[in-house]
Design a protein around this ligand. Structure first.
Ligand code: CUK
Ligand code: CUA
Length: 640
């Protein structure tokens, strides 16, 4: 194994040198022939709209970015797991509870995989779900308001990576665990890992309003569950998870977790478990996890600490879980639009392994097993094998589908996207990526009905693609036209953070609501002042609540006196504007929080603890009218 990794890393280095080291690339940075009329094909004229939305994970920025395709223009950054000073998310009193966890307030996250809600196997434009890898959480973002509405923490999990993919009617959003851990957590010697740690897989039920509730947690053996994908069509009712480190090595994983020639894809029959649980199966155990919900009526989030979770031992549900051996530490686990093929991307391999769902069912029926792992049957490799894609490239990571019988796989080491045919497994086309592509995305590529016009590759290494900005470069995405036989590279565009995955949807399926989403007549915020007549300052011990309003172009009140050093001042600012898109800002000198950006009809709160006597100004941060610079006020701070 050691040998293979060193061969791979040498190949990787030499490829990097070939692809981006020398001057040749300067003359043909597009990688050879550039498609015709490229500029025209990505050009969206001033005032025109893009055809697709792309929701691109922000990786270690913790957020979700919104792009238009084909232009590659960034339209918005939606704060999810990280504090975001632009809008005050995670700083305002109303949104701080969104970042509450059983570990306390965690103002940062590592977001990986967005997935759009589905109805009958089609993306429906209601919500985007996205996982947080570090402090395990799943968020739900509304595609009406483009706001994060809910975050649920995943208990007993660590490295929430194989998440957050949704089943074809959004019955469940599913979270896996990359690190195996004591289950439940306890103080034990790390060397006791093997056989004792577990890898819980969490099935979160989603109701019609989008609210999430953990239905059950499957107590799986302590492997690393890397990625997952729901079945669809005939395989709807199953969920597939790649595993690596079936060796259960706890040290030097780069070597010790790559001993086995094959790891597994775990096939989970969630319908069976759902039934088992509905009939009273499973065991309720202690768990501590936050469930945070944002309420549009009160403009505020609440955080509830949950105490129990239902756990299911997979061995107690006959026929619930099987392992399919899959070569070379598979990373991506992708199911084609028909639901028949399950692709395992063995990242230390050159070939792709494709399993057949119908063969899997037969093999289960005929008990074609090769032993078991911790009581879970291992299916015979040949029995489930549909085919192998040979010489795809080096280091396959992820696969998407165009709905026309083709699959597209990214190869990290050989830095390319490879198109191949489902069923014949022949390679049809390959295009270089600049450089070292991780994930790729085709709008609707996770659904029964991909909209296979464009493909976006999200590349890990940027090198020379843009004007230099120091050694720290934004990652780079590339847009390919895949409507013809050959992929055509159309565009480079920089992305923010480290995009791992993206979800795309045609713009007309999204009911984005560009009108007033907070109406004054529906404002139930506890501290709202709905007219200037309602503004006031209320003292309660050393807490001072200022009910403030803002409208072009003044604050009310704009002069505050009677505040003392040692007070804690709450500015509750209500925006009285009638237009839907005129926010006002609020910033206070020396406040150790962010500003606020308050949308029309909305109330937001920021705190300030004055440290010094004097007369201190505040002002509006958003250029809202010709008299924006006049939009200001003073707070007089007196001694204790
Ligand atoms: S992982 Cu990043 S390249 Cu988190 Cu989907 Cu494969
Ligand atoms: Cu209000 Cu500037």
């Amino acid at each position: 194994m050691k040998k293979l990794s060193s061969i791979l890393s040498i190949a990787f280095l030499s490829l990097l040198m070939v692809s981006c080291g020398d001057d040749d690339t300067k003359t043909s940075k597009s990688g050879g022939a550039m498609a015709a009329n490229v500029a025209e094909r990505v050009y969206v004229a001033p005032g025109e709209h893009d055809e697709f939305y792309a929701f691109i994970s922000g990786g270690y920025s913790g957020n979700l970015t919104v792009y238009g395709l084909p232009s590659g223009r960034m339209l918005k950054e939606i704060p999810v797991f990280s504090q975001f000073p632009t809008s005050g998310y995670g700083y305002s009193e109303e949104t701080k509870p969104m970042l509450n966890t059983s570990f306390g307030f965690v103002p940062w996250g590592d977001s990986h995989h967005p997935d759009i809600s589905q109805t009958n196997g089609e993306t429906d434009g209601r919500w985007v779900f996205i996982n947080e890898n570090n402090t395990p959480r799943i968020a739900r973002i509304s595609l009406e308001t483009f706001e994060t509405e809910e975050i649920i923490e995943i208990p007993h999990s660590a490295g929430n990576h194989s998440s957050s993919f949704v089943t074809e009617n959004t019955e469940y959003v599913v979270a896996g665990t990359r690190f195996s851990v004591p289950y439940p957590q306890e103080d034990v010697a790390i060397e006791n890992m093997k056989g004792n740690f577990k890898g819980p897989l969490t099935f979160i039920a989603v109701d019609d309003e989008g609210h999430m509730k953990i239905d059950f947690q499957l107590k799986m053996p302590g492997f690393n569950y890397d990625l997952s994908h729901p079945g669809r069509g005939d395989s709807h009712g199953w969920f597939f998870f790649t595993t690596y480190n079936t060796e259960e090595a706890h040290t030097l994983q780069e070597v010790n977790a790559s001993q086995n020639d094959k790891d597994f894809i775990a096939a989970v029959n969630w319908k069976k478990i759902q039934e088992y649980v509905a009939n009273g199966g499973g065991e309720e155990i202690d768990a501590e996890y936050a469930h945070n919900v944002y309420d549009h009526e009160t403009h505020a989030a609440t955080s509830t600490m949950m105490k129990k979770v239902l756990t299911v031992d997979p061995r107690e549900v006959e026929g619930a879980v099987y392992f399919m051996p899959t070569p070379k530490s598979p990373h991506g686990c992708d199911v084609d639009p028909s639901g028949e093929y399950i692709v395992g991307n063995g990242k230390l391999s050159t070939d792709l392994t494709v399993h057949s769902f119908s063969k899997m069912l037969k093999a289960i029926e005929n008990k074609e097993f090769d032993g078991e792992a911790y009581g879970i049957p291992i299916l015979n490799f040949e029995s489930t094998l549909a085919g192998t894609v040979k010489e795809g490239g080096l280091g396959p990571l992820h696969t998407e589908f165009d709905g026309k019988g083709n699959a597209y796989t990214t190869f990290f080491i050989s830095s390319e996207v490879v198109k191949w045919k489902l069923g014949t497994w022949e390679v049809l086309d390959r295009q270089p990526s600049y450089y070292s592509v991780g994930h790729l995305m085709i709008p609707g590529g996770n659904s029964r009905n991909p909209e296979g016009k464009y493909l976006v590759s999200m590349n890990k290494i940027t090198k020379d693609r843009y004007l230099p900005t120091g050694p720290e470069l934004e990652h780079s995405a590339q847009l390919y036209d895949i409507s013809g036989d050959k992929m055509e590279l159309l565009l480079d565009f920089p992305t923010h953070g480290e995009p791992h995955y993206a979800a795309g949807i045609s713009a007309d399926k999204v009911k984005a609501n560009s009108r007033k989403i907070y109406r004054l007549d529906e404002n139930k915020h506890k501290y709202a002042a709905l007219t200037e007549g309602d503004t006031k300052m209320v003292r309660n011990g050393n807490e001072v609540h200022v009910y403030m309003t803002t409208v072009r172009s003044h604050f009310s009140p704009d002069n505050l006196e009677g505040i003392k050093v040692g007070d804690k001042v709450y500015f509750h600012v209500t925006n009285l504007e009638q237009d839907f898109d005129v926010p006002h800002g609020f910033a206070m000198i020396g406040a150790n929080t962010s500003e606020l950006l308050i949308m029309p009809g909305q109330t937001k709160t920021v705190t300030w603890e004055p440290k010094k006597e004097g007369v201190w100004p505040f002002y509006c941060t958003d250029f809202c009218s010709a008299l924006h610079q006049e939009m200001q006020g003073y707070v007089r701070v007196s001694g204790k």
